[in-house]
Write a protein that binds this ligand. Sequence first.
Ligand code: GAP
Length: 461
Amino acid sequence: MILSQTLEQLANYCKQYGFVFPGSEIYGGLANSWDYGPLGVQLKNNLKQTWWESFVANNPMNVGLDSGILLHSDTWVASGHVNGFQDPLLDCRVCKSRFRADKLIETHSKGTVDADGWSISELTEYIQIHKLKCPVCGNMDFTEIRKFNLMFETHMGVIEDQKNTIYLRPETAQGIFLNFKNIQRTSRKKLPFGIGQIGKAFRNEITPGNFVFRTREFEQMELEFFTVPGTELDWFAYWKDFSRRFLIGLGIQEDHLKFYDHPQEKLSFYSNATTDILYQFPWGFDELWGIASRTDYDLKQHQKHSGESLEYLDPETNEKFLPYVIEPSLGVERLFLAVLNDALTEEMVPATNEMRTLLKIDKRIAPYQVAILPLIKKQHQEFSLDLYQTLLSKVNAVYDDTGNIGRRYRRQDAIGTPFCVTVDGATLEEKSVTVRHRDTMVQDRVPIRELADYLNDQLKG
Ligand code: GAP
């Protein structure tokens, strides 16, 4: 991580190398929307795959799910989103800017006041007593505070009326609760067990921003882990530690992470423990991953609203009960931002006294693992392209023959490619290539017949 790296520099880097582009750019842009380019989609997929392996595929306790984005609208009444998923908003009458009242107070108090969860009268009183001004135009003329629901609403079918109102899911979790019975029956899992899901979520955020940190369309990787009541806090501690180790395993520095345990009096009424894993983003420590002990709230609510029993029958005691749930919930884009921020660095190359941009990213999640580079395009292109085709089925590979070899090495360093394979004159005679290591810049000569195994060993190591 470059200590002085600003978010703007990170966003520029992402645009320059093809990780992230501003959304709908040719139409002048769509505010706070982003498209992921060739390197961005590759990195995102690698992050999702690593999460899936750790939390689902290679985890004997858990299974996976891919539920719909559109769910029965009663889902969101039962979950509390229709009545409770709201932000307190107010407008400046002079310049028409719109703000979240709690955020306005937090900014004004320089973070010393946490107004999250305050009632409308508490927020109004604070704003009046402290004579808060509009941060945009400096006037003190706000509208009354009103609640604004964050769910995107649409209509199913052709007729627009109240009866067929449907919502884009604001979290993937509820699809898991709706399928709890189906999955328990078909997988024959016994408590404790978990159901993991990766998918898009949508929130009409009032204050999106900080690049891809808070957007209206994003992806979540969520696990709902079902436990026997009374054991849930042990499992809460287990998943907190598991999640922290997952991040460190991705190469994030331990001292760039912090746990924030929500104080008891600030917990949602249904939660008996909640912790955020905070990461040191360029603007300071902020939420990366939410981990909550949600008791039996969600299952109880869906049981009540659907009329279907969602109880678990314990095969040993023959007792029926609703399991208690632990939920580690992580945003793909926040992880993407944290990983890039942690890995991006600049260093002096002693041999040339030049600075190089280096993405020191974990080999497993690097967008490309190997770059194939012909030393001289005219002489070595054909052989290099054949080698590229062969390696493509084994590793994430890229081919590049544009510019001099030094520049091409620098570009691969900057996008985090751990190995560059250079095809040169000796390759054709001796049937060997040069493998250059990203971090050390050390070069090894490797016989072509051993190349795939060599790269495999290095990537595993
Ligand atoms: N099911 C629980 C849940 O959705 P949350 O704290 O609202 O909890 C979980 O969201 C995680 O999803 C957050 O820690 C964050 O990583 C990600 N997230 C939430 N809102 C986001 C947004 N608007 N943009 C990007 N990521 C978001």
